[in-house]
Design a protein around this ligand. Sequence first.
Ligand code: FPP
Length: 260
Amino acid sequence: MSKAGVRVEFDVENATDKLPRHIAIVMDGNGRWANRRHRPRTFGHRAGQKAVRATIEACLRRGIAALTVFAFSSENWQRPDEEVGALMTLFLKALGREVDELHDHGVRVRFIGELGAFSPALRERMRAAMEKTRGNGKLAFNIAVNYGGRWDIAQAARHAAQAVVRDEITPARIDETFLASHFALADLPPLDLFIRTGGEKRVSNFLLWQLAYAELYFTDTLWPDFDAACLDAALADFAARERRYGKTSAQLSSGTAGAS
Ligand code: FPP
């Protein structure tokens, strides 16, 4: 707000210091979007792909370092076989179609989750996409599939236990820093902004540990309707937040305590 109480428009083009470096999105609402059009749920998932593309393009334009989307949770296997099958086909086709273009735009593609549960054909496409784009640095695009935040924490704990068994570390070495270095996205900037579309206000076992100090943004927009303008609205909201990390406003504005 300005001194006169008039809301100053957020100028996203010139606000690089207030932009999140890492954004995570729960892309919810595909099914409802399709229902409203009297079409099968899979129609909504297909429309959702366009929103993924628009969001990647917007992140590239805005210079966002990392975008992590929740495409398939460990719990989504419980959906009807037909929907799970359609989603797998969609992922397979999307990978075949989009990877070259993502590569040309300098996007690094990574899949996180228990990939062993997928078909050999899909695993091979995922591996090839990761391999091809490994050296890209413009945007880290991470697709969480068969992923759960609890799984991520459990696999980091398992790594720690294995390191103890191999006598590489003592249990006393296992602290937050050690565990955090074993998460799926350990090498990326910390998560700054969590977005969930579709109106529900929960985190649904997404990046649980990483959410500790992320800013949360919920919108009623259904995922297939999400576009660059919706992303800019989330970025404007983020820029207006005061991230205190447990400190006081006064400490932050006097500069006596740096945020950690
Ligand atoms: C949640 O909406 C969405 C999913 C479980 C699938 C997300 C998949 C895509 C957007 C497809 C493209 C993705 C990539 C990365 C190629 P919902 O089905 O739970 O919707 P509802 O809450 O309205 O039922």
